[in-house]
Design a protein around this ligand. Structure first.
Ligand SMILES: [Fe+2]
Length: 233
């Protein structure tokens, strides 16, 4: 499995605080069956220049990289560097967006503003990412945005080139029903734990996995991440 969304770089954002907590969480994810984990710290385009964010991310990554690389018997998943990019027009002040994508590829985990509908300004920013920048926005935790679970709007966004990510959390009955419907219509999702805290991670993610397995099917969940047209990783 691929965990496409985590906050496991130590002392980087509102996620884990220490190297020890980070390594314990990564080890727990490996035991849960995640072979790949994307490290996706919050990047708030309205708070920090991208250069400063990337320099901090490199520094935090270096703190865990040696331990992870020397992990005995493959105790840790393979790590991928990315960011959860909060989408505002300020993002386009960044000369090079690729360091903000997953492994410098085409896919950018993109957090939309929490509006009650897709605002024109957000749509324009998504269009700019897709059409001008050649980037695939992977919309973070779409289940938090009721309007994104509408097949016709999500269809337009997929046609534009967007993809979507769902959090591995206990889901409400209504959300499960909507996700099942989207899946039956051919939509695909990356999955992520959105882990911020190491404590209790194993039990928490186990519960989330059973809920998501129930909504999307065990086979889907095991293979998610390889389901998009160009693979997310
Ligand atoms: Fe997140």
């Amino acid at each position: 499995m691929v965990d496409y969304h985590t906050h496991l770089l130590p002392d980087m954002d509102d996620g884990v605080r220490s190297v020890e907590e980070s390594l314990a969480a990564l080890s727990a994810l490996k035991r849960l069956g995640f072979r790949h984990v994307v490290l996706s710290p919050h990047f708030y385009t309205n708070r920090e220049p991208a250069d400063a964010f990337i320099a901090r991310r490199e520094d935090r990554y270096a703190r865990i990289a040696r331990a992870v690389d020397s992990g005995e018997g493959g105790s840790y998943p393979q790590l991928h560097l990315g960011a959860e990019v909060y989408l505002t027009s300020l993002l386009f002040n960044t000369a090079d967006l690729r360091p903000l994508t997953v492994d410098g590829g085409d896919c950018m985990l993109t957090e939309l503003p929490y509006d009650d509908k897709l605002k024109d300004s957000t749509l324009r920013n998504l269009e700019r990412l897709c059409y001008s920048e050649g980037i695939t926005p992977v919309l973070a935790h779409i289940e938090r945005y009721p309007y994104l679970l509408d097949p016709s709007l999500l269809g337009e966004l997929f046609d534009m080139g967007c993809r979507a990510q769902v959090n591995i959390n206990p889901l409400s009955w209504g959300t499960k029903r909507k996700l099942k419907k989207l899946l039956s219509k051919g939509f695909v999702f990356a999955l992520g734990t959105d882990t911020h805290i190491g404590g209790g991670l194993y039990d928490r993610v186990s519960k989330g996995l059973s809920s998501v397995n129930n909504a999307l099917g065990t086979g889907y969940v095991k293979a998610a991440g390889a389901y998009t047209k160009e693979n997310l990783i």
